[in-house]
Write a protein that binds this ligand. Structure first.
Ligand code: ADP
Length: 720
C-alpha cells in the first residue's frame, strides 16, 4: 500500500514538473519549480521501487536525491516570495548538498557493493539529517517572511504554506525515524509495516500549492484549497466507509485503512488535474483545439503590424480571437473625449452592453499596475469581505455591465488608452497563465497600433481639411466659369442685338446653366451619403451591357473597344447601377484620353482584395487603354475631387468612382506608363463587405466622429 502512495506521489510530482516546464521554461521561477518537482518525483520513485525490490542502491539514491530537495525548495521559495533575485542562501545549500553527496555517495556505493547494511546507517543518517535540517531551514525562512510581511492576505497565505510545509517535514522525519528504528530495533519497533507516508502526501500537496502559485495569475486562496481538502477528505472517508462495510481492498485493520484513505485523498485531489493533463494531451494530439488559440495569437501578432484602421483592428484582433472559438464575446473600449467608449465588439452579448464608462475609479487599478480584472476573483473578494471589497464590488458591477469576465488594459506608459474585454467559452474553462501573458503582450502591441492610428487620424483630418479647401476652390472655379459665360451673354443681350444673335446667346446661357447644374449634381453625388443595394450579379454581363451602351452613344471609329472576358466567373454582390456608373466613367476617361487611333480593352478576371494581412477573393475589372498615359506627378492627384486636365472636365469622375467601389468593400487602382497608356483596375470582393458596428442610438455628435473613423479606410495604395 505504501508503495502505491509513493508511486502516486512520484507520478504527480512528475506531472507538475512537466506541466510547468512546458508552459514556459524560460521563466526562472518555473524552472525552479520544475527542478524541485523532478527531484521529489525521482526521490519517491526510487523509494517506491526500493520498497518492492529491496535494492539498497535505490534507497540510497532516494536519500542522495533527497539531500538536494532543501536547496531546490529554498531556491523556489526565494523566487516566489523573495523577489526575482537569486537566493544566496539557496546557493550555499546547493554547495553543501553537492559536497556532502560527493563524499557520502561513493561510500554508500562501495558499501552497497560489499553488501554492508548496518555499517552504512550512520552515513544515511548524516545525509538525511542534512536534508531535514535544510527543510527546517526553509520553514524557518518562510516563518521570517511571515513575520516581515505587512500585507494581511499575503501573511495568511504564507502561514498556510508554512503550516503545511512544517507538517510535511515533521511527518517525513517521523517516518524516517520509525524506519531507522525498525532497522535497528527490529520487531520491537512501532509500525512494523513502516510509518504511513503522510509526509510524502503532504509534500505533494505543498508542491501542488506552489504549482498553483507559479501557474495562476492570482495567488493561492486558502479557503479555496482548505474547502477542497475537506471535501476530498470527506469523499475519501466515504470510500473507506464503503470499504469497511463491504470489505475488499484492505484486510489489515487501522493502518491499512488509513493508507487507503491517503491513497483516495491523493487520487481524488489530483483527479481533476489528471483529467486536465489528459485533456491537454488528447487535444494536442487528436483535435489540436488547445493549439488553436496559440495559433490565433501568432496570427494576431503578425497582422497587427499592418493594421491601419479601426476596422482592421476589429477584424484582426477581435475577429481572430472570436474565430478561435474560445472567446464568444470580445469588446474594446477606447478613450474618446473624456470617457471610455465601446468602440468595437465581436460576438453576441447577453445584454445591452454599457456604451460609455467613466475614467475613474474603474481604471485606477490599471494605473496602480494591475494587469487584469477577473470577474470571479473580484466576486470572491466581495463574498469574503476581503480588503478592498467595496472597490472590487464596483469593478465587478462594471464588468457585468460590459458583459465581460476578464478585462485587460491597453496602456501606453502611464496613459490608459482603453481595455479589452473577454468572455471565455465556458467549456474551455478560462485562460491559462500563459495565454494571459500572450494576450498582454498582444495588447502592448495594440497600444502602439492605437497610438499610430491616432496619429493617422490626425493626419487624415488634416488631409480632409486640405481636400475640403481644394474642393471648395475647385467648386468655385467650376461654378464661376459658366457663371461668367452667362453673365457675359446676358450683358451682351442688354445692348443692341439682332434676333439671330439673341438665339445664339440664349442657347449659350442654357448650355452653361446645364453645365452648372451638372457640376452641382455630380458634386452632390460625391458628397451625399448614399446606400448600395447589392444583389448577386454576373460581371461579364454588366461589362457587355455597358460596352453596348457606349457603342449606342457612339465613339470615334478609329478607337477599337473590345471586351476580354474570363468565362464562368462567380457572381458578385453589387449594386449594378452604381458599378455601371463606375465603368462608364472609366471607359469614357479612356476614350477621352485617346487622341486619334487607339484601343480600349476591358478585362474581367479572378483576383483578390488585399487587406491588412489577409486577402478576400474578388473579381477584377480592368480597363486598359493605349493613350498617352498619366504623368507621374498627376498619379497622386487622380482621385482628388476636381482634379482634371481636361478643359471641359469636372474632375469628379474618379473621385465618385472610388467612393462607389469602396462602398462595395472593393478597391480601385490606377497604373500608367506615360506614353504607353493607362490601366484602371476595380476589384469587387465576392463576399458581402463587413458592416461596421452601428452607432449607438443614444449617442450624440462625438459618436459620429468615432463611427466615421471606423468607416473610413485609408487607401494609400490607390493613390500610388
Ligand atoms: P474628368 O474626366 O472630368 O477630368 P476624372 O476624375 O474622371 O475627371 O479624371 C481626372 C483626370 O484623370 C483626368 O482629367 C485625366 O487627367 C486623368 N485620367 C483619367 N483617366 C485617364 C486615362 N485613361 N488616361 C489618361 N489620363 C486619365
Amino acid at each position: 500500500m505504501n508503495v502505491l502512495l509513493y508511486l502516486l506521489s512520484a507520478i504527480f510530482a512528475f506531472i507538475l514538473a512537466a506541466r510547468t516546464w512546458r508552459s514556459d521554461r524560460r521563466d526562472p521561477t518555473r524552472r525552479a519549480f520544475s527542478g524541485l518537482s523532478t527531484l521529489l518525483g525521482f526521490s519517491y520513485l526510487a523509494f517506491a521501487i526500493y520498497l518492492v525490490t529491496q535494492t539498497l542502491q535505490l534507497r540510497h539514491l532516494h536519500i542522495i536525491i533527497g539531500a538536494f530537495v532543501p536547496a531546490a525548495t529554498m531556491t523556489l521559495l526565494h523566487r516566489l516570495l523573495g523577489g526575482e533575485t537569486r537566493s544566496e542562501l539557496g546557493r550555499r545549500m546547493w554547495v553543501v548538498s553537492g559536497v556532502l553527496t560527493a563524499i557520502i555517495a561513493p561510500i554508500l556505493g562501495a558499501g552497497d557493493l560489499l553488501e554492508m547494511q548496518q555499517e552504512l546507517l550512520p552515513f544515511e543518517l548524516l545525509v538525511s539529517t542534512w536534508a531535514f535540517l535544510g527543510l527546517f531551514w526553509c520553514v524557518r525562512w518562510l516563518w521570517r517572511r511571515y513575520q516581515d510581511s505587512d500585507d494581511d492576505i499575503q501573511r495568511a497565505r504564507i502561514w498556510y504554506l508554512l503550516a503545511l510545509m512544517a507538517a510535511g517535514v515533521l511527518f517525513s522525519v517521523l517516518e524516517g525515524v520509525v524506519r531507522a528504528w525498525g532497522r535497528v530495533g527490529g520487531e520491537a519497533a512501532p509500525f512494523p509495516e513502516g510509518f504511513p507516508p503522510v509526509g510524502a502526501v503532504l509534500s505533494v500537496w505543498v508542491l501542488y500549492l506552489l504549482h498553483r502559485v507559479v501557474e495562476l495569475y492570482r495567488l493561492i486562496d486558502i479557503q479555496e484549497t482548505i474547502s477542497r481538502a475537506v471535501s476530498l477528505s470527506m469523499a475519501a472517508a466515504a470510500l473507506i466507509l464503503l470499504d469497511v462495510l463491504f470489505g475488499g481492498l484492505s484486510d489489515s485493520p487501522t493502518q491499512g485503512k488509513f493508507e487507503l484513505f491517503l491513497i483516495f485523498v491523493l487520487f481524488l485531489f489530483f483527479f481533476p488535474d489528471l483529467r486536465e493533463t489528459l485533456n491537454g494531451w488528447v487535444s494536442q494530439h487528436i483535435n489540436r483545439q488547445g493549439q488553436r488559440l496559440e495559433l490565433t495569437f501568432r496570427e494576431i501578432e503578425r497582422s497587427l503590424a499592418s493594421v491601419i484602421t479601426m476596422q482592421d483592428l476589429e477584424s484582426e484582433l477581435l475577429g481572430r480571437l472570436h474565430a478561435s472559438g474560445r472567446v464568444p464575446l470580445a469588446s474594446l473600449y477606447l478613450w474618446d473625449q473624456g470617457v471610455f467608449r465601446l468602440t468595437l465588439e465581436r460576438g453576441v452579448s447577453n445584454l445591452p452592453m454599457m456604451r460609455t464608462i467613466a475614467d475613474r475609479p474603474f481604471t485606477d487599478g490599471f494605473r496602480e499596475g494591475e494587469r487584469l480584472y477577473a470577474l470571479d476573483a473580484l466576486k470572491r473578494r466581495v463574498d469574503r469581505r476581503l480588503e478592498g471589497h467595496e472597490v472590487a464590488a464596483a469593478r465587478a458591477r462594471t464588468l457585468e455591465a460590459m458583459d465581460a469576465e476578464l478585462t485587460l488594459p491597453i496602456a501606453s506608459g502611464e496613459l490608459v488608452l482603453g481595455w479589452l474585454n473577454l468572455r471565455a467559452d465556458p467549456l474551455a474553462g478560462g485562460f491559462s497563465h500563459e495565454e494571459l501573458r500572450r494576450l498582454r503582450a498582444i495588447l502592448d502591441r495594440t497600444a502602439v497600433v492605437l497610438e499610430n492610428l491616432r496619429g493617422f487620424e490626425q493626419l487624415k483630418e488634416q488631409h480632409r481639411l486640405a481636400a475640403l479647401g481644394t474642393m471648395a476652390a475647385g467648386l468655385a472655379h467650376e461654378i464661376r466659369n459658366p457663371l461668367a459665360g452667362i453673365k457675359g451673354a446676358a450683358q451682351y443681350l442688354e445692348g443692341d442685338v439682332n434676333r439671330e444673335e439673341i438665339a445664339d446667346f440664349v442657347s449659350l446661357i442654357v448650355e452653361e446653366t446645364d453645365r452648372l447644374s451638372d457640376v452641382v449634381s455630380q458634386f452632390l453625388t460625391y458628397a451625399r451619403p448614399f446606400e448600395v443595394h447589392t444583389q448577386p450579379s454576373d460581371i461579364n454581363e454588366l461589362v457587355t451591357r455597358t460596352l453596348d451602351l457606349i457603342g449606342a452613344e457612339g465613339h470615334p471609329d478609329e478607337v477599337e473597344l473590345s471586351p476580354r472576358l474570363t468565362e464562368k466567373l462567380p457572381e458578385v454582390p453589387i449594386d449594378r447601377d452604381r458599378i455601371q456608373q463606375v465603368l462608364l466613367n472609366l471607359i469614357h476617361n479612356a476614350l477621352h484620353a485617346i487622341d486619334g487611333d487607339g484601343r480600349v480593352e476591358v478585362f474581367t478576371v479572378n483576383d483578390y482584395v488585399r487587406r491588412a494581412g489577409h486577402s478576400r477573393p474578388a473579381i477584377a475589372i480592368q480597363i486598359v487603354d493605349n493613350g498617352p498615359g498619366i504623368a507621374p506627378e498627376d498619379m497622386e492627384k487622380l482621385f482628388i475631387p476636381f482634379f482634371t486636365t481636361r478643359p471641359r472636365g469636372t474632375g469628379l469622375g474618379l473621385a465618385i468612382s472610388r467612393r462607389l467601389v469602396e462602398a462595395h468593400g472593393g478597391e480601385i487602382e490606377a497604373r500608367s506608363k506615360p506614353g504607353q497608356g493607362a490601366a484602371f483596375t476595380v476589384r469587387l470582393p465576392l463576399a458581402e463587405p463587413v458592416e461596421p458596428p452601428h452607432p449607438a442610438e443614444d449617442e450624440e455628435a462625438p459618436e459620429e466622429t468615432s463611427q466615421s473613423t471606423i468607416r473610413s479606410r485609408l487607401r494609400l495604395r490607390t493613390a500610388r
